[in-house]
Design a protein around this ligand. Structure first.
Ligand SMILES: Nc1ncnc2c1ncn2[C@@H]1O[C@H](COP(=O)(O)OP(=O)(O)OP(=O)(O)O)[C@@H](O)[C@H]1O
Length: 232
């Protein structure tokens, strides 16, 4: 398996205020899959995503990517690994306001020795004609496309998305989900996507439902549909 998670545990706080947020998570995801993580607020989704992304570390258990355990990496190796192999997309786009769209995407390219062709990517993102505009001249959906471009330009093995459509309306959300599906097809990145929206599970290869820090259900979706066909 490409991504292996074994008996992952994480708590926050100390003594009486200690909260066990992940209580032993086991999960395997194949290369190129879309994995959707669902669960109620506070169930541990973002914590799990942050540990997979090397932003946070577990108390015990491990995450292994392509056979390499992240806990065994030195801080220097982990930083390099994050830069080269992981792309992050958040609910808030976090674009640099005084850089234009192309320059915002170039920020991601500088982190890679082997970035994708930016003009080609701008076409895929539907942003080519907007490339000289500043972020505040674009809609929320176009800004999110830009942040996906920034994450994608280094052609990461894993694209980690935390509520990527959380700030968007229905039709823009569907556009962004279609883009995530399209880039997964085109570039073959593994996608791990956290969402509150149950309908999104229909476009996943693997669906994982968390509750109270544990996996309540994990299954392969044999009847995957495209993002255009989603409805909620
Ligand atoms: N840095 C932190 N310090 C203390 N507690 C934290 C920290 N990060 C998360 N928590 C707690 O861990 C629990 C799980 O949080 P997490 O953000 O992983 O859940 P979630 O399922 O992603 O929720 P949501 O859907 O609301 O984003 C919550 O109770 C949260 O308050």
């Amino acid at each position: 398996m490409f991504l292996e998670i074994s008996d992952l545990k994480k708590s926050f706080g100390e003594g009486d205020s200690k909260v066990q947020v992940l209580k032993g998570i086991d999960l395997s995801v194949d290369k190129g899959e879309i994995c959707v993580l669902l669960g109620p607020s506070g169930s541990g989704k973002s914590t799990l995503l942050n540990i997979i992304g090397g932003i946070d570390s577990p108390d015990s258990g491990y995450v292994s990517i392509d056979g390499e355990k992240m806990v065994d990496m030195t801080e220097k190796r982990l930083t390099r690994y994050r830069r080269e192999h992981l792309g992050y997309v958040f609910q808030m786009y976090n674009l640099i306001p005084n850089l234009n769209i192309k320059e915002n995407i170039e920020v991601g390219a500088y982190l890679s020795d082997n970035p994708l062709n930016i003009d080609d990517l701008l076409h895929t993102l539907g942003l080519y004609e907007h490339r000289h505009k500043l972020p505040n001249q674009l809609s929320g959906g176009q800004q999110q496309r830009t942040s996906i471009g920034r994450a994608l330009v280094k052609n990461p093995d894993i694209l980690l998305c935390d509520e990527p459509t959380g700030a968007l309306d229905y039709s823009t959300s569907k556009e962004i989900l279609k883009l995530i599906g399209d880039v997964n097809q085109k570039y073959g990145n593994t996608v791990i996507m956290v969402t509150h929206n149950d309908a999104i599970k229909e476009m996943a290869d693997t669906v994982v439902k968390l509750r109270d820090g544990k996996i309540r259900k994990a299954y392969r979706n044999e009847n995957k549909i495209s993002a255009e066909e989603l409805d909620w």
